[in-house]
Ligand binder design. Structure first.
Ligand code: NAD
Ligand code: DAU
Length: 336
């Protein structure tokens, strides 16, 4: 088995590559542009393997993608590459549209023209938009994306599914909830709050902090994708949730307690425009059809994640130098 992974130098993609390399004998080709979010340090443990190959490139580059798919003839494409951050998609939507929509289209075309037997499009629960309690989105729920990021993911989901309907291409779409774990870029809630707390810096809470997210440990997500790659039915969507819904403030209280840091670090700041109040997912379908369920409970996963960031301060310092400072300034300076 040979798989082509896109975005394998990012947070979830690199966890997936490490898992596949550790637990299967498959060959892995990793296509990644190495944007601010891509980091080859995340793949240090696999880079010398003869079963692994890294290719730097843009999924929106038609010629490069076409040539790579034709040359590698993968048994499956697992498509993670995306501009993945909501706040950045609000500050600057252009790269989001370019990568998430046009890039996904280029990959689908290359897969179609080369008869790739399997295509997993990795998507998100954000496409369902904000849901009132106690609703949980099933795969049949309407799409109501709020941000340029979630709208681009909803659009790319639709495009991917159209390739099944129109061309009978064996596409499956996964929609996961909020991931957390080691190697996550410190722009997302949990790694940002951990990184700031460990340095006794303020924790910027948007609005009242009562927005609800469902938390999924990254390795559980990757095992869910493997389950769908193996058993998912072509043309189908599979939700992958952590079954652990929490208001952001609860997450932050737990995190501060585990890190041994004071609540006085919490700083309420101006809300995110168009901020979704509540995400909630039903993962009943993936359980029924593949037997997958999340294994890592939130408190264990959070403690493990804090320990990883504590032990990897040089990684954090490197990714927070340069471009990150400009982003932080742009996103947070006029919020306080
Ligand atoms: P990430 O931002 O950490 O990594 C994205 C990776 O894609 C990076 O390595 C980056 O270099 C690469 N990339 C970006 N644009 C590219 C391009 N044009 N060509 C090639 N490579 C490119 O993202 P993540 O959090 O690991 O998310 C991965 C996928 O999972 C995304 O599709 C995202 O929408 C989805 N997802 C994320 C979450 C979450 O909580 N992080 C939850 C559900 C779904
Ligand atoms: O739900 C899945 C999605 O989860 C993925 O598709 C996205 O790729 C991923 O970025 C994530 O989106 P969110 O917008 O939910 O994640 P984020 O970590 O940016 O924010 C989580 C919550 O925390 C949200 O309610 C906003 C809030 N927040 C976030 C940041 C960065 C704050 O209060 N302060 C912050 O500084």
């Amino acid at each position: 088995m040979k798989i082509l992974v896109t975005g394998g130098a990012g947070f979830i993609g690199s966890a997936f590559v490490r898992l596949v390399m550790a637990e299967t004998g498959w060959e892995v080709v990793n296509l990644d542009k190495l944007t601010y979010a891509g980091n080859l340090e995340n793949l240090a443990e696999v880079e010398s393997s003869g079963r692994y190959r890294f290719v730097q490139g843009d999924i929106a580059d038609q010629a490069a993608v076409g040539a790579l798919v034709a040359e590698t003839k993968p048994d499956a494409i697992v498509h993670f590459a995306a501009e993945s951050h909501v706040d950045r998609s609000i500050i600057s939507p252009e790269p989001v549209i370019q990568t998430n929509l046009l890039g996904t289209f280029r990959l689908l075309e290359a897969a179609r023209l080369n008869n790739v037997p399997r295509f997993v499009h990795v998507s998100t629960d954000e496409v369902y938009g904000s849901l009132p309690a106690p609703e949980e989105a099933t795969e049949k729920f309407p799409l109501q994306p709020s941000s340029p990021y979630s709208a681009s993911k909803a659009g790319s989901d639709m495009l991917a599914l159209s390739y099944f309907v129109t061309f009978r291409m064996p596409v499956v779409v996964t929609r996961a909830s909020n991931n957390y774990g080691p190697y996550q870029f410190p722009e997302k809630l949990i790694p940002l709050m951990i990184a700031n707390a460990l340095e006794d810096r303020p924790l910027p809470v948007y609005g009242d902090g009562m927005q609800i997210r469902d938390w999924l440990y990254v390795d559980d997500h990757c095992r869910g994708i493997l389950a769908v790659l193996d058993k998912g039915r072509a043309g189908e969507i599979y939700n992958i949730g952590g079954n652990r819904s929490l208001p952001n403030l609860d997450v932050i209280h737990k995190l501060l307690a585990l890190a041994g840091k004071p609540e006085s670090l919490i700083q309420y700041v101006k809300d995110r425009p168009g901020h979704d109040r509540r995400y909630a997912l039903s993962s009943e379908k993936i359980l029924r059809e593949t037997g997958w369920r999340p294994k890592v409970d939130f408190e264990t996963g959070l403690a493990r994640t804090i320990e990883w960031y504590r032990a990897n301060a040089p990684w954090v310092a490197r990714v927070r130098s340069g471009e990150y400072r400009n982003y932080y300034e742009r996103n947070y300076a006029n919020r306080v």
